[in-house]
Ligand binder design. Structure first.
Ligand code: ATP
Length: 137
């Protein structure tokens, strides 16, 4: 499909990067279809990252993702999931290509500034996690 779900993570919000990241996303051709400023509870984060349960970094991931507010948004563009993963860059910013969001705004593999869905199926699940039907345009 043509939609994906992004989150501007707590590290990037703390550093004042919301505006710059949204500007880059829009400049790359994505349209915003839903957006909110919110904070994940521990229960939210456990649910959102359920696939990582049991991994060594799960606990630090939960602490990180719940420590402050985030911006969640639904983005539209042709081939949105793959195109947005390309704009994001590698999970580890040290491996991220020049010009990618993680190269520009991330500090480590955990504090990597921005999330993007990894499949169309997860984009739909994650979009409904954050938004009700009347919040999506
Ligand atoms: P995201 O899902 O946030 O877009 P991703 O798909 O690139 O990132 P995943 O493998 O799904 O990466 O991991 C989800 C998140 O868990 C990462 O963004 C990162 O914050 C954290 N994470 C992943 N791998 C590690 C690791 N080896 N050490 C620490 N944190 C990690």
């Amino acid at each position: 499909t043509n939609r994906t779900l992004t989150m501007i993570k707590p590290d990037a919000v703390e550093k004042g990067y919301i505006g710059a990241i949204l500007t880059d996303i829009i400049a790359a051709g994505f349209t915003i279809k839903a957006m909110k400023f919110t904070q994940l509870t521990r229960r939210d984060a456990e649910q959102f990252y359920a696939v990582h349960k049991g991994k060594p970094f799960f606990e630090s991931l939960l602490n990180f993702m719940t420590r402050g507010p985030i911006v969640a948004a639904i983005l539209e563009k042709d081939n949105a999931v793959a195109n947005f993963r390309e704009l994001l860059g590698s999970t580890n910013p040290e491996n991220a290509a020049e010009g990618t969001l993680r190269k520009k705004y991330a500090t480590s593999v955990t504090e990597n500034a921005v999330h993007g869905s990894d499949s169309d199926e997860n984009a739909a699940i994650e979009s409904h996690f954050h938004f009700s039907e009347r919040e999506i345009f």
